[in-house]
Design a protein around this ligand. Structure first.
Ligand code: SF4
Length: 509
């Protein structure tokens, strides 16, 4: 543990200071709004608190650990604290740094969830607000504490200037903060003026050498293996950042930090793990296999943050070889988030032409189906996303996506439908609202919901296999799925509608 009277306290809200029962997928649950099931029960299922010693969490979000490491390297007295134990550490602090992922529930997943279920503020937004409204934080603010917010969801604060002001947030850092956070914190400690909203430019992105290694364990042993993405989808903000891959030595140092703390699992994070070390869209199989062998030397269980359908389909044998390394007596499957986004080659051409590479946009539905087969054969179980409501989406595009969903019914996966959120190069476009949803889009959502309910019921058992509470937790997750099913039936009398026949729909352009 560091100093007990730090000048800089770092934290994150209750929904982020959780390891989600060692399963990052369950973190999706924090994007749901309250009211579906009692709050205490929901917390227990989806975001139980991380263990702590005297209020110091044993694991913390990776992004927060990076900032902690950067500030420690620059000589600050820093401590990462559980949000429910701030009172013990905040009295002398001059700066409170808060890490955010989706502070107002405006991210694609939470905004879609709350609109579909037609209920209020998602948990992650509620607990962010609660954090800022804690009496000890309000008290510390009165005596001059500066609050600095950063993280992947920082962009949302720009849309909420009144909330930002009312809740005493002094500075928001949007982007990769390593090269700027030290100076901003220094100014805050010295009582100098701070920028209300600091957008980190591409030129301020750190090189691999300038990115510090974490010094304390991260949630679920998550570690980065690279940053940036080469595919350039119009609706994504990651694409604006340069592509960098970490060398093995850097990855190994972070693996050791986590395993030395007793963690036996890890999630390797990159926008496309299969492209590790590659400067093109073709996986470098030698580097990918070496990476997995390295990680499995340290941990029993390994998962991926993200990969792409195109990379999986490009080298089917590679996924099989990786499966041979990952799957063993400790692990029967592994997960990843994967973007499908649409089943329409026309829409692929318009908003994500490089997503299919090295294949052509016209081949996209086939690429997705091929990759789905490879994943299923190798026990890679992804959480996929679909986007509807993109500015240029036509009814014909939605029909193609519905048809693709029909072809994916045997794909062991979750397929999460998301409403378009204006980000990346489309950040000036309008939000897609539930009122704009037409019958085709509703049918697509219902298909996804059915797919997810079907596969969640199948997957629940393997999620907790081998743990003593396996049977109890399986029962409760099953119960939760039943409640969502029931709730959805209530909101949409059309939950089990007569499917709209694709042929009956007049295609608008
Ligand atoms: S959506 Fe995924 S593939 Fe497309 S630019 Fe973003 S990170 Fe890359």
């Amino acid at each position: 543990m560091g100093c007990t009277r730090p000048e800089v306290v770092l934290t994150a809200d209750r929904t982020l200071m959780s390891n989600y029962h060692q399963n990052e997928f369950l973190g999706f649950g924090t994007t749901a709004p309250p009211n579906v099931v009692p709050e205490w029960f929901f917390k227990l299922l989806f975001f139980p608190p991380i263990k702590n010693v005297d209020g110091i969490p044993l694991e913390a979000p990776y992004g927060l650990r990076k900032i902690e490491a950067q500030l420690l390297n620059e000589g600050f007295e820093v401590l990462t604290v559980d949000p429910d134990h701030l009172k013990r550490y905040i009295s002398d602090a001059k700066v409170l740094g808060i890490h955010v992922m989706d502070p107002f529930g405006l991210g694609p997943s939470s905004s879609t969830f709350s609109r579909i279920l037609q209920t209020g503020e998602p948990y992650l937004a509620k607990y962010f607000r609660i954090l800022l409204e804690k009496p000890e934080v309000v008290e510390a603010k009165k005596r001059g504490l500066k609050i600095i917010v950063g993280g992947p969801g920082a962009w949302q604060l720009k849309l909420k200037p009144k909330f930002t002001e009312d809740h005493g947030i002094d500075c928001v850092i949007d982007g990769e903060a390593e090269k700027v956070v030290g100076e901003i914190v220094r100014r805050a400690i010295e009582g100098k003026s701070l920028p209300r909203f600091y957008e980190v430019s591409i030129h301020e992105s750190p090189s691999v050498d300038e990115i510090p290694e974490i010094k304390n364990p991260s949630v679920n042993g998550l570690i980065e293996i690279g940053r940036g993405c080469c595919r350039g989808c119009a609706f994504c903000s990651v694409t604006l950042r340069p592509l960098r891959w970490y060398p093995y030595e850097k990855i190994e140092k972070e693996l050791k930090v986590n395993t030395d703390a007793g963690l036996k699992y890890s999630v390797i994070h990159a926008e496309d793990v299969l492209l590790y070390g590659s400067r093109s869209v073709i996986p470098d199989r030698k580097k990918v296999l070496k990476l997995h062998k390295l990680c499995k030397r340290y941990v029993n269980q390994l998962s991926w943050s993200h990969t792409s359908m195109a990379a999986v389909a490009t080298d089917p044998m590679l996924v099989e070889d990786v499966a041979e390394i990952i799957l063993d007596e400790n692990q029967e499957w592994w997960g990843a988030e994967v973007g499908i986004e649409t089943g329409s080659p026309e829409l692929v051409k318009k908003v994500m032409p490089a997503k299919a590479r090295p294949f052509k946009p016209e081949q996209w539905p086939e690429v997705v189906k091929t990759a789905a087969g490879i994943m299923t054969d190798n026990n890679l179980v992804p959480a996929c996303t679909l986007i509807t409501g993109l500015p240029e989406e036509t009814d014909e595009d939605v029909i193609k996506t519905i048809e693709l969903m029909d072809d994916l019914k045997d794909f062991k996966s979750l397929i999460v439908p998301l409403f378009f959120v204006p980000l990346g190069r489309l950040k000036d476009e309008d939000w897609f609202t539930v009122e704009q949803m037409n019958d085709l889009q509703r049918e697509l959502l219902i298909k996804c919901l059915r797919h997810d309910i079907k596969w969640t019921k199948v997957m629940i058992h393997s999620y907790f296999k081998g743990r003593w509470y396996s049977r109890i937790s399986s029962f409760f997750y099953w119960l939760f799925v039943k409640i969502v099913e029931w709730k959805a039936r209530g909101v949409y009398g059309a939950f089990m509608p007569k499917p709209i026949s694709v042929e009956r729909v007049e295609v608008k352009r």
